[in-house]
Ligand binder design. Sequence first.
Ligand code: AMP
Ligand code: GLY
Length: 424
Amino acid sequence: MKVLVIGSGGREHALGWKLAQSPRVTIVYIAPGNGGTALQKGLHNVDITNLYALADFAEHEKIAFTIVGPEAPLAAGIVNLFHSRGLRIFGPTREAAKLESSKVFAKTFMKCYGIPTAEYEMFSDAPAAHVYAKAKGVPIVIKADGLAAGKGVVVAQTLDKAHRAIEMMLRDNKFGEAGRRIIIEEYLHGEEASFIVMVDGKHVLELASSQDYKRLLDGDQGPNTGGMGAYSQAPIITPQLHARVMSEIIWPTISGMEREGICYTGFLYAGLMIDAQGNPKTLEFNCRMGDPETQPIMMRLKDDFSCVIEHALAGTLDTVRLEWDPRTALGVVLAAHQYPDAPRKGDRINCIPSQTETSAIFHAGTALVDGTLVTSGGRVLCVVGLAASVREAQSAAYEVIHHIQFDGMQYRRDIGYRALNFNE
Ligand code: AMP
Ligand code: GLY
């Protein structure tokens, strides 16, 4: 069968890499893909991003199913479009994707259905927002309602920063329509974890837990990024916490959406904050898999992923029991010069080692220009190590990184430290 993956990041490379291992899959098309997917055996880049052209391509090529990596095509209604043309696609409809594409929708929904999350207020008027922020004090979190390419959340440690964020969103319209309304919410203390499940409309299948490192610099310093590294399994998600997240967050979300008249299908990613007493709260929902969480998760999945997707499309996820490699997979992101503010493009990437049984290199912001691999985005590569312990997986990943070079390359040296602290 031929399958189609939409997107161009490390997440999509990992999804395509996993699908290509299936004996049932003859070709994995990636639209538009990147320099790494262009070079990977079994994967073929397709230079299409327009949703209608993607539907035409899926129809013409008789694609067995399509998986969507990023949120933007979901929010734009790619699933609605494919369904209207009788094409098989795994993802939420535009209406269901509002859990990610509108923070106002997500927060109102969580409040209505009693799903634990930070206390908040919604504002579209700057003076009222300033008064509220001042009354609440810092730290405080300001969030643009809509999608803002990962830049719409400001964690303000000073009132000055909070006021500037309010001005930027509500007066300067920095995010346009996406920032016309904002959420101001309570700062939650604790440790973050990513809880990702697959939903077929009725049943939920949990993927392995993972943890993402969002800040640019070691020791969780510096600005927030899309994610500088991740590993799976996340020891903070104990079996007891897992059961609580399912009963307090995931199931109420699926049934709440149903009460809203929305059937949820697709990946559902709850970004959790777990407090010192072990209580989970929902920071956000994503309607897709995480990047870079997907890279270590796919590295550990033993099952044929094409079969899992087919069960999801058939509504039979209740019959699936996933098998995971018991080892830890740990991925470290190599980012471009000046990521996340203004990543430089066009740096030549030297010496990419080949994949081994215990390591893989997933490409994100890379492009092939006249046969040379160059940087073309903020997060360039994600190097994943697989080993019996977090420490060994960390060593395996960093050992590979020492063989890779491009000008301006930046990466964290401490991915996995929280799991090491947890275990020791
Ligand atoms: P979000 O897109 O809502 O997940 O926010 C991006 C990042 O900002 C999260 O991964 C957290 O690191 C941080 N963040 C968001 N909301 C809060 C909050 N209420 N308290 C503390 N940190 C937060
Ligand atoms: N790694 C965080 C995200 O995918 O949103």
